[in-house]
Design a protein around this ligand. Sequence first.
Ligand code: NAI
Length: 468
Amino acid sequence: MSEENNFDLIIIGSGPGGYVAAIRGAQLGLKTAIVEKDENLGGTCLNVGCIPSKALLHSTEMYHFARHGAADHGIDLTNLSISIEKLMAKKSKTVDQLRNGVKHLMKANKIKVFSGLGSLAGGDKVSVRATGQNIDISGKHIVLATGSSTIELPFLKFDGETIVSSDQAIAFDKVPEKLAVVGAGAIGLELGSVWARLGSQVDVIEFLPAIAPTFDKDVSKMAERIFKKQGLNFHLNTKVTGLKKSKGKHVLTAEKGDKALEFEVDKVLVAVGRKPYTEGLGLDKVAITLDDKGRIPVDAHYKTSAEGIYAIGDVIPGPMLAHKAEEEAVACIERIAGQAGHVNYDVIPNVIYTEPEISSVGITEAIAKEQGIAIKTGKFNFAGNGRAIASDGTDGFVKVIADKSSDKLLGVQIIGKGASELIAAAVTHMEYGGSAEDIARTIHAHPTMSEAMKEAAMAVDGNSIHSA
Ligand code: NAI
Protein backbone atom coordinates (compact mmCIF):
# COMPACT_ATOMS: atom_id res chain seq x y z
CA MET A 1 0.00 0.00 0.00
CA SER A 2 1.38 3.38 -1.00
CA GLU A 3 2.43 5.66 1.84
CA GLU A 4 -0.23 8.21 0.92
CA ASN A 5 -2.95 5.69 1.83
CA ASN A 6 -1.53 4.95 5.29
CA PHE A 7 -3.17 7.04 7.98
CA ASP A 8 -2.89 7.52 11.73
CA LEU A 9 -6.67 7.82 11.91
CA ILE A 10 -9.51 6.69 9.65
CA ILE A 11 -13.06 7.71 10.44
CA ILE A 12 -15.94 5.85 8.80
CA GLY A 13 -19.01 8.08 8.56
CA SER A 14 -19.14 11.87 8.30
CA GLY A 15 -22.08 12.84 10.55
CA PRO A 16 -21.61 15.08 13.61
CA GLY A 17 -19.73 12.19 15.29
CA GLY A 18 -17.46 11.39 12.34
CA TYR A 19 -16.56 14.81 11.01
CA VAL A 20 -15.91 16.21 14.50
CA ALA A 21 -13.66 13.21 15.26
CA ALA A 22 -11.75 13.87 12.04
CA ILE A 23 -11.22 17.54 12.87
CA ARG A 24 -10.11 16.78 16.43
CA GLY A 25 -7.71 14.14 15.07
CA ALA A 26 -6.20 16.61 12.61
CA GLN A 27 -5.94 19.26 15.32
CA LEU A 28 -3.96 16.81 17.45
CA GLY A 29 -1.51 16.14 14.63
CA LEU A 30 -2.88 12.83 13.35
CA LYS A 31 -2.80 12.13 9.62
CA THR A 32 -6.53 11.71 9.15
CA ALA A 33 -8.93 10.29 6.54
CA ILE A 34 -12.70 10.21 6.53
CA VAL A 35 -14.83 7.82 4.47
CA GLU A 36 -18.40 8.67 3.47
CA LYS A 37 -20.75 6.53 1.35
CA ASP A 38 -23.27 9.28 0.61
CA GLU A 39 -22.80 12.02 -1.95
CA ASN A 40 -22.56 14.70 0.74
CA LEU A 41 -20.74 14.97 4.04
CA GLY A 42 -22.71 15.68 7.23
CA GLY A 43 -24.68 12.47 7.81
CA THR A 44 -28.30 12.21 8.87
CA CYS A 45 -28.29 15.35 11.03
CA LEU A 46 -27.19 17.75 8.33
CA ASN A 47 -28.75 16.14 5.26
CA VAL A 48 -32.08 14.66 6.36
CA GLY A 49 -32.40 15.26 10.09
CA CYS A 50 -31.76 18.10 12.54
CA ILE A 51 -30.95 20.81 10.02
CA PRO A 52 -33.61 20.42 7.31
CA SER A 53 -36.27 19.84 9.97
CA LYS A 54 -35.24 23.01 11.81
CA ALA A 55 -35.38 24.97 8.56
CA LEU A 56 -38.92 23.68 7.93
CA LEU A 57 -39.94 24.38 11.53
CA HIS A 58 -38.68 27.94 11.25
CA SER A 59 -40.44 28.66 7.95
CA THR A 60 -43.73 27.10 9.01
CA GLU A 61 -43.65 28.82 12.39
CA MET A 62 -43.51 32.15 10.57
CA TYR A 63 -46.35 31.06 8.29
CA HIS A 64 -48.40 29.96 11.30
CA PHE A 65 -47.77 33.34 12.92
CA ALA A 66 -48.74 35.13 9.72
CA ARG A 67 -52.01 33.18 9.59
CA HIS A 68 -52.95 33.11 13.25
CA GLY A 69 -50.93 35.68 15.19
CA ALA A 70 -50.13 38.65 12.97
CA ALA A 71 -53.59 40.27 13.00
CA ASP A 72 -53.37 40.60 16.77
CA HIS A 73 -50.32 42.83 16.26
CA GLY A 74 -52.11 45.00 13.73
CA ILE A 75 -50.33 43.33 10.83
CA ASP A 76 -52.69 42.82 7.91
CA LEU A 77 -51.72 39.88 5.76
CA THR A 78 -54.80 39.44 3.65
CA ASN A 79 -54.16 37.25 0.58
CA LEU A 80 -51.46 35.31 2.36
CA SER A 81 -50.14 32.32 0.44
CA ILE A 82 -47.29 29.85 0.68
CA SER A 83 -45.30 28.04 -2.00
CA ILE A 84 -44.13 24.58 -0.93
CA GLU A 85 -41.60 24.65 -3.74
CA LYS A 86 -39.97 27.83 -2.40
CA LEU A 87 -40.21 26.59 1.18
CA MET A 88 -38.30 23.44 0.20
CA ALA A 89 -35.79 25.47 -1.82
CA LYS A 90 -35.06 27.60 1.24
CA LYS A 91 -34.53 24.43 3.30
CA SER A 92 -32.17 23.04 0.63
CA LYS A 93 -30.19 26.29 0.59
CA THR A 94 -29.64 25.99 4.35
CA VAL A 95 -28.52 22.37 3.98
CA ASP A 96 -26.22 23.23 1.06
CA GLN A 97 -24.56 26.03 2.99
CA LEU A 98 -23.75 23.68 5.86
CA ARG A 99 -22.61 20.88 3.53
CA ASN A 100 -20.15 23.33 2.01
CA GLY A 101 -19.13 24.35 5.52
CA VAL A 102 -18.22 20.76 6.47
CA LYS A 103 -16.40 20.27 3.15
CA HIS A 104 -14.44 23.42 3.80
CA LEU A 105 -13.57 22.30 7.35
CA MET A 106 -12.19 19.01 5.96
CA LYS A 107 -10.01 20.91 3.50
CA ALA A 108 -8.88 23.50 6.03
CA ASN A 109 -7.82 20.72 8.42
CA LYS A 110 -6.10 18.74 5.62
CA ILE A 111 -8.35 15.73 6.14
CA LYS A 112 -8.40 13.34 3.20
CA VAL A 113 -12.00 12.59 2.16
CA PHE A 114 -12.76 9.24 0.50
CA SER A 115 -16.15 8.86 -1.20
CA GLY A 116 -17.52 5.33 -1.08
CA LEU A 117 -18.70 2.62 1.27
CA GLY A 118 -16.04 2.04 3.89
CA SER A 119 -15.73 -1.46 5.26
CA LEU A 120 -13.34 -3.10 7.63
CA ALA A 121 -11.08 -5.48 5.77
CA GLY A 122 -9.22 -7.04 8.72
CA GLY A 123 -6.44 -5.65 10.92
CA ASP A 124 -5.83 -1.99 10.19
CA LYS A 125 -7.31 -2.13 6.67
CA VAL A 126 -10.36 -0.32 5.39
CA SER A 127 -11.62 -0.85 1.88
CA VAL A 128 -13.47 1.99 0.20
CA ARG A 129 -15.86 0.82 -2.46
CA ALA A 130 -17.30 3.32 -4.88
CA THR A 131 -18.82 2.82 -8.31
CA GLY A 132 -16.03 1.85 -10.61
CA GLN A 133 -13.26 1.86 -8.06
CA ASN A 134 -11.96 0.15 -4.94
CA ILE A 135 -9.31 1.71 -2.76
CA ASP A 136 -7.63 0.05 0.21
CA ILE A 137 -6.38 2.29 2.96
CA SER A 138 -4.92 1.56 6.36
CA GLY A 139 -5.16 3.30 9.70
CA LYS A 140 -3.41 2.85 13.05
CA HIS A 141 -6.72 3.86 14.61
CA ILE A 142 -10.13 3.38 13.03
CA VAL A 143 -13.25 5.10 14.39
CA LEU A 144 -16.68 3.77 13.39
CA ALA A 145 -19.20 6.60 13.29
CA THR A 146 -21.79 5.13 10.94
CA GLY A 147 -24.82 6.49 12.79
CA SER A 148 -28.34 5.17 12.58
CA SER A 149 -31.15 4.60 10.13
CA THR A 150 -34.94 4.74 10.22
CA ILE A 151 -36.97 1.89 11.70
CA GLU A 152 -40.00 0.52 9.93
CA LEU A 153 -42.78 -1.50 11.51
CA PRO A 154 -43.26 -5.06 10.21
CA PHE A 155 -46.87 -4.29 9.25
CA LEU A 156 -46.01 -0.82 7.87
CA LYS A 157 -43.08 -1.27 5.54
CA PHE A 158 -41.74 1.92 3.97
CA ASP A 159 -42.76 2.35 0.34
CA GLY A 160 -41.46 5.91 0.09
CA GLU A 161 -44.84 7.07 -1.18
CA THR A 162 -47.65 6.35 1.31
CA ILE A 163 -45.69 4.86 4.20
CA VAL A 164 -42.70 7.10 4.74
CA SER A 165 -39.88 7.86 7.15
CA SER A 166 -38.59 11.28 8.18
CA ASP A 167 -36.27 11.11 5.13
CA GLN A 168 -39.30 11.67 2.88
CA ALA A 169 -41.43 13.69 5.32
CA ILE A 170 -38.94 16.57 5.13
CA ALA A 171 -39.44 16.71 1.38
CA PHE A 172 -43.10 16.18 0.40
CA ASP A 173 -43.80 18.16 -2.76
CA LYS A 174 -47.32 19.00 -1.69
CA VAL A 175 -49.18 19.23 1.59
CA PRO A 176 -50.83 15.88 2.34
CA GLU A 177 -54.49 16.39 3.16
CA LYS A 178 -54.45 13.67 5.81
CA LEU A 179 -51.23 12.71 7.52
CA ALA A 180 -50.97 10.04 10.20
CA VAL A 181 -47.87 10.08 12.36
CA VAL A 182 -46.93 6.94 14.25
CA GLY A 183 -44.93 7.88 17.37
CA ALA A 184 -45.17 11.06 19.46
CA GLY A 185 -41.42 11.40 20.07
CA ALA A 186 -39.11 14.11 18.71
CA ILE A 187 -39.58 13.35 15.00
CA GLY A 188 -43.34 12.77 15.21
CA LEU A 189 -43.97 16.02 17.06
CA GLU A 190 -41.60 18.15 14.99
CA LEU A 191 -42.69 16.94 11.55
CA GLY A 192 -46.32 16.58 12.68
CA SER A 193 -46.17 20.29 13.62
CA VAL A 194 -44.61 21.27 10.28
CA TRP A 195 -47.37 19.67 8.19
CA ALA A 196 -50.20 20.69 10.54
CA ARG A 197 -49.04 24.33 10.20
CA LEU A 198 -49.15 23.91 6.43
CA GLY A 199 -52.70 22.64 6.57
CA SER A 200 -52.58 18.84 6.87
CA GLN A 201 -55.03 17.10 9.14
CA VAL A 202 -52.55 15.37 11.45
CA ASP A 203 -53.35 12.34 13.60
CA VAL A 204 -50.54 11.31 15.93
CA ILE A 205 -50.77 7.76 17.19
CA GLU A 206 -48.70 6.92 20.25
CA PHE A 207 -48.32 3.57 21.92
CA LEU A 208 -47.62 5.03 25.40
CA PRO A 209 -50.04 7.08 27.57
CA ALA A 210 -48.16 10.38 26.97
CA ILE A 211 -46.61 12.40 24.15
CA ALA A 212 -42.89 13.21 24.46
CA PRO A 213 -42.86 10.36 27.00
CA THR A 214 -39.23 10.75 28.09
CA PHE A 215 -39.94 14.23 29.51
CA ASP A 216 -41.52 15.16 32.85
CA LYS A 217 -45.21 14.21 33.10
CA ASP A 218 -46.22 17.89 33.59
CA VAL A 219 -44.34 18.83 30.42
CA SER A 220 -45.98 16.06 28.36
CA LYS A 221 -49.43 17.05 29.61
CA MET A 222 -48.97 20.73 28.82
CA ALA A 223 -47.42 19.93 25.42
CA GLU A 224 -50.41 17.77 24.55
CA ARG A 225 -52.84 20.55 25.46
CA ILE A 226 -50.95 23.20 23.48
CA PHE A 227 -50.33 21.07 20.38
CA LYS A 228 -53.98 20.00 20.36
CA LYS A 229 -54.92 23.67 20.08
CA GLN A 230 -52.52 23.89 17.13
CA GLY A 231 -54.51 21.19 15.37
CA LEU A 232 -52.62 17.98 16.16
CA ASN A 233 -54.98 15.12 17.09
CA PHE A 234 -53.44 12.71 19.58
CA HIS A 235 -54.43 9.09 20.02
CA LEU A 236 -52.56 7.79 23.06
CA ASN A 237 -52.38 4.22 24.36
CA THR A 238 -53.03 3.29 20.76
CA LYS A 239 -51.40 0.53 18.76
CA VAL A 240 -51.20 0.73 14.99
CA THR A 241 -51.98 -2.59 13.34
CA GLY A 242 -51.66 -1.98 9.59
CA LEU A 243 -52.66 -0.17 6.44
CA LYS A 244 -55.41 -1.33 4.10
CA LYS A 245 -57.13 -0.04 0.99
CA SER A 246 -60.81 0.64 1.17
CA LYS A 247 -62.85 2.20 -1.65
CA GLY A 248 -59.64 3.42 -3.27
CA LYS A 249 -58.44 5.15 -0.07
CA HIS A 250 -55.64 4.24 2.29
CA VAL A 251 -56.90 3.40 5.77
CA LEU A 252 -54.59 3.05 8.75
CA THR A 253 -55.91 0.59 11.31
CA ALA A 254 -55.20 0.77 15.04
CA GLU A 255 -56.41 -0.51 18.39
CA LYS A 256 -57.08 1.41 21.58
CA GLY A 257 -57.80 -1.17 24.26
CA ASP A 258 -60.47 -3.35 22.68
CA LYS A 259 -61.66 -0.54 20.40
CA ALA A 260 -60.70 -0.73 16.72
CA LEU A 261 -59.81 2.62 15.11
CA GLU A 262 -59.48 3.57 11.46
CA PHE A 263 -57.82 6.64 9.94
CA GLU A 264 -58.19 7.58 6.31
CA VAL A 265 -54.74 8.79 5.25
CA ASP A 266 -52.78 10.15 2.33
CA LYS A 267 -49.43 9.58 4.03
CA VAL A 268 -48.24 7.73 7.12
CA LEU A 269 -45.03 8.95 8.76
CA VAL A 270 -43.52 6.18 10.88
CA ALA A 271 -41.42 7.82 13.63
CA VAL A 272 -40.91 5.10 16.20
CA GLY A 273 -37.17 5.47 16.74
CA ARG A 274 -33.99 4.73 14.83
CA LYS A 275 -31.60 1.78 14.71
CA PRO A 276 -27.80 1.64 14.63
CA TYR A 277 -26.43 1.45 11.09
CA THR A 278 -23.74 -1.15 10.47
CA GLU A 279 -24.70 -2.51 7.05
CA GLY A 280 -21.73 -3.47 4.89
CA LEU A 281 -19.30 -2.33 7.58
CA GLY A 282 -17.46 -5.68 7.64
CA LEU A 283 -17.66 -6.13 11.41
CA ASP A 284 -17.30 -9.89 10.89
CA LYS A 285 -13.81 -9.31 9.40
CA VAL A 286 -12.62 -8.06 12.79
CA ALA A 287 -14.88 -10.30 14.94
CA ILE A 288 -16.95 -7.46 16.44
CA THR A 289 -20.35 -8.77 17.61
CA LEU A 290 -23.32 -6.47 18.05
CA ASP A 291 -25.37 -6.33 21.25
CA ASP A 292 -29.07 -7.32 21.39
CA LYS A 293 -30.09 -3.88 20.06
CA GLY A 294 -27.72 -4.00 17.10
CA ARG A 295 -25.23 -1.59 18.69
CA ILE A 296 -21.44 -1.87 18.72
CA PRO A 297 -20.28 -2.54 22.28
CA VAL A 298 -17.46 -0.28 23.49
CA ASP A 299 -15.57 0.28 26.73
CA ALA A 300 -15.19 3.60 28.56
CA HIS A 301 -12.50 4.60 26.03
CA TYR A 302 -14.82 3.89 23.06
CA LYS A 303 -12.66 0.84 22.21
CA THR A 304 -14.44 -2.05 20.52
CA SER A 305 -13.36 -5.66 21.03
CA ALA A 306 -11.02 -5.31 18.00
CA GLU A 307 -7.57 -3.80 18.53
CA GLY A 308 -7.27 -0.23 17.22
CA ILE A 309 -10.99 0.04 16.34
CA TYR A 310 -13.26 2.47 18.18
CA ALA A 311 -16.94 3.45 17.84
CA ILE A 312 -18.95 6.55 18.74
CA GLY A 313 -22.38 8.15 18.24
CA ASP A 314 -25.70 6.52 17.32
CA VAL A 315 -24.01 3.20 16.55
CA ILE A 316 -23.08 2.66 20.24
CA PRO A 317 -25.36 2.69 23.33
CA GLY A 318 -26.83 5.96 24.63
CA PRO A 319 -29.26 8.57 23.32
CA MET A 320 -29.18 9.06 19.56
CA LEU A 321 -28.37 12.75 19.59
CA ALA A 322 -25.96 14.73 17.43
CA HIS A 323 -24.43 16.56 20.39
CA LYS A 324 -23.81 13.29 22.25
CA ALA A 325 -21.98 11.98 19.16
CA GLU A 326 -19.89 15.17 18.92
CA GLU A 327 -18.85 14.94 22.56
CA GLU A 328 -17.92 11.27 22.17
CA ALA A 329 -15.93 12.14 19.06
CA VAL A 330 -13.76 14.63 20.93
CA ALA A 331 -13.34 12.36 23.98
CA CYS A 332 -12.50 9.29 21.86
CA ILE A 333 -9.86 11.09 19.78
CA GLU A 334 -8.33 12.80 22.80
CA ARG A 335 -7.95 9.40 24.47
CA ILE A 336 -6.38 7.98 21.30
CA ALA A 337 -3.92 10.89 21.48
CA GLY A 338 -3.13 10.11 25.12
CA GLN A 339 -5.23 12.92 26.58
CA ALA A 340 -8.08 12.63 29.09
CA GLY A 341 -11.26 13.31 27.08
CA HIS A 342 -14.48 12.70 28.97
CA VAL A 343 -18.25 12.76 28.38
CA ASN A 344 -20.59 13.56 31.26
CA TYR A 345 -23.54 11.32 30.40
CA ASP A 346 -25.60 12.71 33.30
CA VAL A 347 -25.76 16.13 31.69
CA ILE A 348 -26.91 15.65 28.09
CA PRO A 349 -29.61 18.13 27.07
CA ASN A 350 -32.60 16.89 25.11
CA VAL A 351 -34.75 19.15 22.94
CA ILE A 352 -37.90 18.93 20.84
CA TYR A 353 -38.08 21.95 18.53
CA THR A 354 -41.83 22.43 18.43
CA GLU A 355 -43.54 25.73 19.28
CA PRO A 356 -43.28 26.06 22.18
CA GLU A 357 -40.04 24.12 22.42
CA ILE A 358 -39.45 21.40 24.98
CA SER A 359 -36.08 20.84 26.62
CA SER A 360 -34.60 18.97 29.53
CA VAL A 361 -31.40 17.95 31.23
CA GLY A 362 -30.73 15.51 34.04
CA ILE A 363 -33.40 13.44 35.75
CA THR A 364 -37.16 13.90 35.94
CA GLU A 365 -39.21 13.84 39.13
CA ALA A 366 -40.43 10.34 38.17
CA ILE A 367 -36.89 9.01 37.75
CA ALA A 368 -35.87 10.52 41.11
CA LYS A 369 -38.77 8.65 42.72
CA GLU A 370 -37.88 5.44 40.91
CA GLN A 371 -34.28 5.74 42.12
CA GLY A 372 -35.32 6.63 45.67
CA ILE A 373 -33.67 10.07 45.54
CA ALA A 374 -35.24 12.60 47.92
CA ILE A 375 -35.86 15.79 45.92
CA LYS A 376 -37.44 19.20 46.10
CA THR A 377 -38.85 20.96 43.07
CA GLY A 378 -39.57 24.53 42.00
CA LYS A 379 -41.74 25.60 39.10
CA PHE A 380 -42.34 28.94 37.42
CA ASN A 381 -44.89 29.62 34.71
CA PHE A 382 -43.92 31.88 31.81
CA ALA A 383 -47.31 33.55 32.35
CA GLY A 384 -45.61 35.41 35.23
CA ASN A 385 -42.65 36.56 33.13
CA GLY A 386 -42.68 40.07 31.67
CA ARG A 387 -40.72 39.27 28.52
CA ALA A 388 -42.95 36.25 27.84
CA ILE A 389 -46.05 38.44 28.10
CA ALA A 390 -44.51 41.04 25.77
CA SER A 391 -43.59 38.41 23.18
CA ASP A 392 -46.54 36.00 23.06
CA GLY A 393 -44.58 33.40 25.03
CA THR A 394 -46.72 32.77 28.09
CA ASP A 395 -47.40 29.09 27.37
CA GLY A 396 -45.20 26.84 29.45
CA PHE A 397 -42.98 26.71 32.51
CA VAL A 398 -39.57 25.89 33.93
CA LYS A 399 -39.29 23.12 36.51
CA VAL A 400 -36.17 22.70 38.60
CA ILE A 401 -35.40 19.47 40.43
CA ALA A 402 -32.82 19.57 43.23
CA ASP A 403 -31.50 17.16 45.83
CA LYS A 404 -33.52 17.60 49.01
CA SER A 405 -30.62 17.83 51.41
CA SER A 406 -27.69 19.16 49.37
CA ASP A 407 -29.73 21.40 46.97
CA LYS A 408 -27.58 20.03 44.10
CA LEU A 409 -29.26 20.57 40.78
CA LEU A 410 -30.44 17.20 39.44
CA GLY A 411 -32.58 18.20 36.50
CA VAL A 412 -34.40 20.96 34.68
CA GLN A 413 -37.42 20.65 32.41
CA ILE A 414 -38.64 23.50 30.22
CA ILE A 415 -41.60 23.90 27.93
CA GLY A 416 -41.71 27.37 26.41
CA LYS A 417 -40.57 29.68 23.65
CA GLY A 418 -36.82 29.36 23.17
CA ALA A 419 -36.51 26.42 25.59
CA SER A 420 -33.71 24.98 23.42
CA GLU A 421 -31.52 27.99 24.21
CA LEU A 422 -32.64 28.43 27.82
CA ILE A 423 -31.62 24.90 28.81
CA ALA A 424 -27.92 25.70 28.17
CA ALA A 425 -27.68 27.65 31.44
CA ALA A 426 -29.01 24.68 33.40
CA VAL A 427 -26.58 22.36 31.61
CA THR A 428 -23.68 24.61 32.56
CA HIS A 429 -24.75 24.83 36.22
CA MET A 430 -25.09 21.04 36.36
CA GLU A 431 -21.74 20.51 34.64
CA TYR A 432 -20.11 22.47 37.48
CA GLY A 433 -22.13 20.57 40.10
CA GLY A 434 -24.16 23.69 40.91
CA SER A 435 -27.12 23.96 43.25
CA ALA A 436 -30.61 25.41 42.74
CA GLU A 437 -29.50 28.32 44.92
CA ASP A 438 -26.59 28.98 42.52
CA ILE A 439 -29.13 29.67 39.77
CA ALA A 440 -31.42 31.54 42.16
CA ARG A 441 -28.58 33.92 43.12
CA THR A 442 -27.27 34.39 39.57
CA ILE A 443 -28.25 37.73 38.01
CA HIS A 444 -30.39 37.30 34.92
CA ALA A 445 -31.06 40.21 32.57
CA HIS A 446 -34.50 41.77 32.82
CA PRO A 447 -36.71 41.38 30.96
CA THR A 448 -35.74 37.96 29.61
CA MET A 449 -37.39 34.56 29.45
CA SER A 450 -34.35 33.25 31.33
CA GLU A 451 -35.66 34.91 34.50
CA ALA A 452 -38.21 32.09 34.63
CA MET A 453 -35.34 29.67 35.31
CA LYS A 454 -34.08 31.87 38.14
CA GLU A 455 -37.61 32.09 39.57
CA ALA A 456 -38.10 28.30 39.31
CA ALA A 457 -34.79 27.82 41.16
CA MET A 458 -35.93 30.31 43.81
CA ALA A 459 -39.24 28.43 44.05
CA VAL A 460 -37.32 25.30 45.11
CA ASP A 461 -37.05 26.92 48.54
CA GLY A 462 -40.34 28.80 48.30
CA ASN A 463 -38.61 32.12 47.52
CA SER A 464 -39.99 32.93 44.06
CA ILE A 465 -40.74 36.65 43.86
CA HIS A 466 -43.19 36.70 40.95
CA SER A 467 -45.25 33.54 41.65
CA ALA A 468 -48.83 34.28 42.44
P1 NAI B 1 -38.33 8.58 19.71
O1 NAI B 1 -37.74 7.41 20.38
O2 NAI B 1 -38.02 9.96 20.13
O3 NAI B 1 -39.93 8.45 19.75
C1 NAI B 1 -40.60 7.34 19.23
C2 NAI B 1 -42.00 7.30 19.82
O4 NAI B 1 -42.70 6.29 19.16
C3 NAI B 1 -42.02 6.96 21.31
O5 NAI B 1 -42.85 7.87 21.97
C4 NAI B 1 -42.58 5.54 21.32
O6 NAI B 1 -43.34 5.27 22.49
C5 NAI B 1 -43.46 5.55 20.09
N1 NAI B 1 -43.71 4.24 19.50
C6 NAI B 1 -42.82 3.24 19.36
N2 NAI B 1 -43.41 2.19 18.73
C7 NAI B 1 -44.68 2.56 18.45
C8 NAI B 1 -45.79 1.93 17.80
N3 NAI B 1 -45.67 0.72 17.28
N4 NAI B 1 -46.95 2.62 17.70
C9 NAI B 1 -47.07 3.88 18.24
N5 NAI B 1 -46.06 4.50 18.85
C10 NAI B 1 -44.87 3.88 18.95
O7 NAI B 1 -38.00 8.35 18.15
P2 NAI B 1 -38.09 9.32 16.91
O8 NAI B 1 -38.99 10.46 17.16
O9 NAI B 1 -38.38 8.43 15.75
O10 NAI B 1 -36.62 9.85 16.79
C11 NAI B 1 -35.55 8.93 16.50
C12 NAI B 1 -34.27 9.35 17.16
O11 NAI B 1 -33.82 10.56 16.61
C13 NAI B 1 -34.43 9.55 18.66
O12 NAI B 1 -33.31 9.03 19.30
C14 NAI B 1 -34.49 11.04 18.80
O13 NAI B 1 -33.99 11.47 20.04
C15 NAI B 1 -33.62 11.51 17.64
N6 NAI B 1 -34.12 12.79 17.20
C16 NAI B 1 -33.82 13.88 17.95
C17 NAI B 1 -34.34 15.09 17.62
C18 NAI B 1 -34.05 16.23 18.47
O14 NAI B 1 -33.09 16.17 19.24
N7 NAI B 1 -34.84 17.27 18.41
C19 NAI B 1 -35.20 15.29 16.45
C20 NAI B 1 -35.46 14.09 15.77
C21 NAI B 1 -34.93 12.89 16.14
